[in-house]
Write a protein that binds this ligand. Structure first.
Ligand code: ADP
Length: 165
């Protein structure tokens, strides 16, 4: 049987414990997971795609069946080119639902052979998002229980760089 490959797409600006929880659990269910980093300019990212990829690579290094890649095209085309059978997304609060429903319906229209799977967030990360982490880190508050230490350091570096102009 061919390998079951899932694509886990997102902005990951930056990766949080919530993302890592989904990636780790996904890696147990699928043979292989590709974390695909999108350059979503409309979200005015703090980190460049290559910085986000480096942080994801170092924080998922222990997961042998997880790879990290950049993607700037259409997700469903990327997934088809890689031979993926699934898209993996995380769901937090009810507020995620409507948005995810819209994208999933559109993606199914584009390619009905690739299924989207949702994993419920771990309760402790229900209210955790990259935007919240950035907001908190900007004011130098402690984010050590929200992101891995290398991400915490990267956030400090970024805000220092910004404040020094
Ligand atoms: P996007 O810009 O596509 O929303 P994100 O980087 O914000 O990308 O999120 C990528 C994926 O990780 C999404 O499926 C999102 O729902 C999921 N996710 C983000 N934060 C959490 C969390 N705290 N718990 C579970 N899933 C999460």
């Amino acid at each position: 049987m061919s390998k079951r490959l899932a694509i886990c797409p997102g902005s990951f600006d930056p990766v949080t414990f919530g993302h890592l929880d989904i990636i780790q659990r996904g890696a147990k269910v699928f043979d292989e997971v590709i974390v695909a980093v999108f350059n979503n300019q409309s979200k005015s990212p703090l980190f460049t795609v290559s910085e986000r990829i480096d942080l994801l690579k170092s924080t998922t290094a222990q997961l042998e069946n997880v790879r990290v890649d950049a993607c700037d095209g259409l997700l469903m085309e990327y997934a088809r080119d890689k031979g993926a059978s699934a898209i993996l997304r995380g769901l937090r609060a009810v507020s995620d639902f409507e948005y995810e429903l819209q994208i999933t319906s559109m993606n199914r229209k584009l390619n009905e052979d690739i299924e989207t799977f949702f994993m419920m967030t771990n309760n402790q990360y229900s209210f955790l998002s990259s935007s919240m982490v950035k907001e908190v880190a900007k004011y130098h508050a402690n984010v050590s229980d929200l992101v891995p230490s290398e991400v915490e350091e990267a956030l400090k570096g970024k805000f220092k760089q910004i404040s020094e102009g």
